[in-house]
Every structure is written in C-alpha cells, then in structure tokens.
Design a binder for this molecule. Structure first.
Ligand SMILES: [Fe+2]
Ligand SMILES: [Fe+2]
Length: 483
C-alpha cells in the first residue's frame, strides 16, 4: 500500500498516486513523456540544458521537508505527480451540493466544465517557461539563474499535474487536450497560449521578477479557488502546487526588492535625492524608481485581466456546481451558496466609476480579484519600507483597478493610475508617464549583462540577504556547461 505522504521513485514518473498499480494511466503518461522532454529541450531554458543546477526536488508532500536539494541537469529533473494528502471525509465546500461528500470521480454533469478549467490552468504552466526561456543568458548572478530554473522546472511539474488529471479522469479527450498543451506556444500566431498575459514576452529580469510577483500570484489565486473544488483530485493537486508557488512569488518579491534597494543605494552614494533625476540615475547603471513603477503598472494590470469579467455566468456556474470555490472558502462564515447574498462590483455609469451591489454569485471573479489586490499590496508595502530606510522620498503604488485594462467593465474606457476617467486624447498624451516605453525597455535591456561568477551580482541588483538552502554567499548555484 502506498503511503500518500512519500513519493515513489520506482517508475519513470515519481508519484504518490500509486502509478505502478494503475497501468492504464502509467502507460498514457509514459506515452506523453517523450513529447514533454522534446518540448522542454526545444522550448525550455535555452543554452543551459547541460548545466548542473542546484535544484530542489519533492520527496514527500508533508509541509516539513518535502524537498531535497541537489545538482541536477534540468532535462533529468524528476518531474512527478504529487497530490496533497487526502483529507478524510472531505465535503463539497460550496454551491448547490454543499455538505455532500467530495467527488473522487468526475461528476458527469460537470465533466466539460472541469476539463475546461483544468486545461486553462494547465496551459499557463508551460507558457511561462516559454516566456522565460532566454533569460538564463543574461542572469545577473548564479543565484538568480538558479531561481529562474527552479521556477521553470516547477512550472513544468505543474503541467504534469494537470496532464495527470486529464489522462486519469478524461479518457480520450483528456489525452487530446494533454497533447494540445504541448502544441500551443506562447506568442505563436497559429496556436497561441489561451490567456493574454501568457503571450506577452518576458524580455528582461525586471519583467521576470514582476511576472513572478504579479502573474504567479494570479496563479496562486486560481489555484486557491481550485483547491476548494468539490472534485477532490483537483483540490489535492492544487494544494500541493500552492506550496511550490510560494517560492515563485518569493523570487518575484525579493527580486524587485533587491532592484529597488540597489537603485536607492546608488542614488545615496552619488548624492542624488530626486528620484525623477532619471538621466543621472540611469548613468549610475541602475533602474530609476519611476521606471520600476511603470513596470509594476504593466504587470499588475496584465494580471488583473486574467481574472476575467467582473460579472460572469461561467464563474457563477463553476461556484454553484462546487467545482471552484472562493479564496479560503472554508474559512468564510456564510451559507456558501450565495443564494441571496450580494457583492459590490465596479461599474462605469455616466462617466463615473461606482460600486453597485449585484448578486454575489455573479461576482465571483470580482471577489477573487479583490482578494488578489489585497494579497499583492503586501509586497508593495515591503518595497516601500526598503525605499524609506534609505531615506529616498518615493512611494510605489498599485494603480487603480481600471487603469490599462483590456477585459471587463474598464476595457472600453481610459483611466489614469489614480482612477480618473480620461478621454482617448488625454490617454494618448500621457500613457508614457505610466507605462514602460520602448526607450525604457531599451535602457533596461542595456543593463542585462550576465554576471556568472559565484557570489557576484550585476550592478543593478543587490545581493540577497540569505542564500537558497542556507548556502554561503559564494556558493556555485549553477555549474555551467554551455552547449
Ligand atoms: Fe505554476
Ligand atoms: Fe508559478
């Protein structure tokens, strides 16, 4: 009998789902595996497939010590299928089936809806690996390079997690969907990834840090809501993925924080007090704070678009079916059905932005987006503490939720970061103050020079306060073997 806390390494695919006694699914995954490796070699980190990377691999799913660290060549990483332990007598936490036993098999009536949600989640995982595949070449340190690759292999594992569910529970159409996940490509004309933000490029390391802070956090919120699913295998999969996701957001938060810190230190050393003295600051080889704010504006708003329309029948149906819950559903004190509840949703009425109460069921997306905004605000506050400590006068802010939006009620209007409605002409005249321009991008790109000496960091980013796995400052996180 398999102990579901420990991981079996006796099959090609490490797992804690008893794959060696589930021949059908094991065969299906073994058939999918070569295509995956092919995808990884072709679309994964370019130029570093032969290097030895100090990576963590899951050896168990209990919160303490689930990971072991060792040098691994990325194509030999032990990607596996890992589910959080089954909670005994778990119940469906929301919707019309609330209180009934959680489903261990796919309920027929919700099959299509479930498959769609799993495919959309699955599609984001390889997409971010594709978006980040060129970054290794300009890594500002071996520490950062290692973190990039850790995020990449774990996104690869998240793809495995969704592909397992497709093969195990969705038969032939699940297999086709699993193949399509390797066929679509970020930014492709013919077969793009399914969601907008996952077709954008990640051209530099500040973009990478912003992406892992803001877009991986959207991933966290989606996983949180799927972790509440009445379909228990999906819930368990997502609960384990969330433990990995935490590291991705750590990489983002500390990455942006270290860029900010280096900028402020360089300004102090040069005696520059004014954060808008941009040319002089850039001459120091660091990224000025207003440009960092612009990058924040861009990545935060692209991520807001991932939450979909404020008012959504699909989201209402998924909640009502018990397929998707709210953020921390089981901790919310209400009937979990939302039959008579309301929720305030933003609307643009007669040239004004207002919040009006609508049926809470239809506002599930808006609520998750609000929870996301609260969650994202935490790190921004900590970035401001870094700035404050250096004595520079500047404050990072999350822009208004209507700024630079493509999806939902704000998609049709132009709004500034403070929430004021603008005419198209006003927007065109001022958007370069708020969003990165080509020149900003070119400047950041000009700083992207590799620094691969152990313990050394590029001049635009401060070293981390502690190493990964408590390693000392000059630890060689990646042993380079360039192809
Ligand atoms: Fe992921
Ligand atoms: Fe992630």
């Amino acid at each position: 009998m398999t102990d579901s806390m420990s991981v079996a390494y006796d099959t090609l695919i490490p797992n804690n789902v008893g794959l060696s006694s589930d021949k059908r699914v094991l065969k299906a995954l073994e058939r999918w595996h070569p295509g995956y490796i092919n995808w990884w070699n072709g679309m994964g980190p370019e130029g570093f497939q032969e290097s030895l990377v100090y990576l963590r691999t899951a050896i168990g799913v209990d919160p303490k010590g689930w990971a072991k660290f060792d040098y691994v060549k990325m194509p030999e990483y032990r990607w596996g299928v890992l589910l959080a332990p089954q909670v005994e007598d778990r119940r469906i936490p929301c919707g019309e089936h609330v209180g009934e036993p959680a489903w261990q098999e796919v309920p027929g009536e919700y099959r299509a809806m479930l498959r769609r949600l799993i495919v959309i989640q699955g599609d984001t995982e390889p997409a971010s690996v594709e978006q980040q595949r060129h970054l290794g070449k300009t890594a500002p340190s071996l520490y950062d390079m290692r973190n990039l690759f850790q995020v990449n292999v774990e996104e690869g594992r998240h793809l495995w997690a969704m592909v397992y569910l497709l093969h195990k529970y969705f038969g032939a159409d699940g297999r086709d969907e699993a193949d399509d996940l390797l066929r679509r490509q970020s930014g492709s004309e013919e077969a793009p990834r399914m969601l907008g933000a996952f077709n954008e490029s990640t051209p530099d390391w500040l973009s990478f840090f912003m992406f892992t802070y803001f877009t991986d956090r959207d991933g966290k919120m989606q996983l949180e809501s799927l972790a509440q699913s009445g379909f228990d295998p999906l819930s368990r999969t997502c609960r384990f993925m969330l433990t990995e996701e935490a590291h991705h957001m750590f990489v983002g938060e500390t990455g942006v924080g270290r860029v900010i810190q280096r900028t402020c230190e360089a300004m102090k050393e040069a005696g520059i007090e004014d954060p808008y003295d941009i040319d002089r600051i850039r001459d120091l080889g660091v990224i000025d704070l207003p440009t960092i704010q612009k990058k924040l504006n861009l990545h935060y708003t692209l991520s807001l678009d991932l939450f979909g329309s404020e008012i959504s029948t699909n989201a209402a149906n998924a909640f009502n079916a018990g397929i998707k819950g709210r953020y921390q559903e089981v901790k919310i004190a209400d009937d979990h059905r939302l039959t008579n509840a309301t929720y305030p949703v933003v609307q643009v009425v007669d040239g004004k932005i207002i919040r009006t109460e609508v049926p809470a069921l239809s506002a599930i997306n808006m609520r998750l987006r609000d929870d996301y905004t609260n969650d994202a605000a935490g790190g921004v506050g900590r970035w401001n503490t870094i700035i404050e400590k250096t004595g520079i006068k500047f404050e990072m802010k999350l822009p208004h939720g209507g700024f630079h939006r493509q999806i939902g009620v704000f998609g049709a209007v132009k709004i500034d970061p403070d929430g004021n409605l603008l005419t198209e002409a006003e927007w065109q005249a001022r958007k370069n103050e708020w969003l990165p321009t080509k020149a900003d991008g070119d400047f950041i790109q000009s700083l992207m020079k590799p620094q691969w000496e152990p313990g050394k960091y590029a001049g635009w980013i401060a070293p981390p306060r502690v190493g990964i796995d408590n390693k000392p400052g000059d630890f060689e996180y990646v042993q380079l073997h360039m192809a």
